[in-house]
Design a protein around this ligand. Sequence first.
Ligand code: SF4
Length: 408
Amino acid sequence: MATDAPSKSKRTNLRRPDIMEMVKAQVLSHYQSDLVDRLRSKGEVSCLESQLTIRLAKEFGFCYGVERCIDLAYAALKVFPDKQLYILGEIIHNPEVNDQIRDMGIQFLSGPHKAAEIEDLGEEDIVIIPAFGTEVSIREKLESKGCQFIDTTCGDVMSVWKRVRSYATEEVTSIIHGKASHEETMATSSQAISRNGHYLVVNTFEETDIICQYIEKGGNKTALLERFQGSYSEGFDPDLHLQAVGVANQTTMMRGETEEVQRRIRGAIVKRYGAKNVGSHFRFFDTICGATQDRQDALSEMLKKPMDLLLVIGGYNSSNTSHLAEMGERVLPTFFIKNSGEIIGQDRIRHWNQYAQQVEETRNWMPEGNITIGITAGASCPNNLIEDVITHLFDIRGSSSDQLLYFN
Ligand code: SF4
């Protein structure tokens, strides 16, 4: 595993104290917010004039994996000022942060801002692997091109890979609870194949139940393969490869849902093979990362307090942010927004509907009178965007900038 080092042959320490000092200052200037730091310690801020209280979850925003990834990308720009730096795809699921690193000169190898093909890269090029990691085949392609690379894969993602590889070695099929098209899940799936193993991705309880039914009673193989097209390894045969299964998950899923997925699959195995044989047909290891769990726990706590509505801030393709929005929706009116620009006024807000996969507009979203708005943000949302939302909320409620905010 390369971490701070751009290549096997030319290892370079990106974390030199002088470099990291400059990186820290630059990262703070881009993403820090004094208001959010203060609010983090106090919990709430109010303005009497505008009759608005903003409550912030105790844990929110950038996780350790994202911070490390951004630090290394910024450090690489300083250590290799004369080289072209590339990144495989989005550095994190946040459009503002991706725009920022593109403006700083890092070119994308996929997505709408794709600037080059891996095939065209060579020994002089440096490629950043984002915190989600990448597929084994892509990494091998980079190596075959002689590219240098900076691997910022999060340690928590690598723990999942280790688990999936051990399943493959034991000839246990990995059932991965996640989204088949998510970068992290694609990278994780590739780890199973790299050890000649098999995988199947399930995202919902409905999909889990289809698999459970097949484990228990068998069924129409062709229909099952068609239903899960794009979500399993080449050569996956449900009659053979569902006999011994191990559950793993994308690190950013909801813990309760992942536990339910494993409970249902274990239940199917028990029905098919008997409780005393579970050990030879079933494995489970919780691979939700600590940062995701902390953000979900903090939101659960905040949702116990009275609030009028919740704003969840983050990129619309962010898995962990969408789960925070799901949690809020169960309790109170919740709006998933990518930035302050989505708040058009007191009477209009644009927000992401993750079920319809589209931006929608809601009118009269903000109640009149004295209100409390809860705010949380996903692991890829920087504090400056959270501050923008907070100040914009006070603005539209008529607070002028010289009015006092009270930190409760
Ligand atoms: S969300 Fe978790 S797994 Fe993903 S980068 Fe952050 S800490 Fe790592």
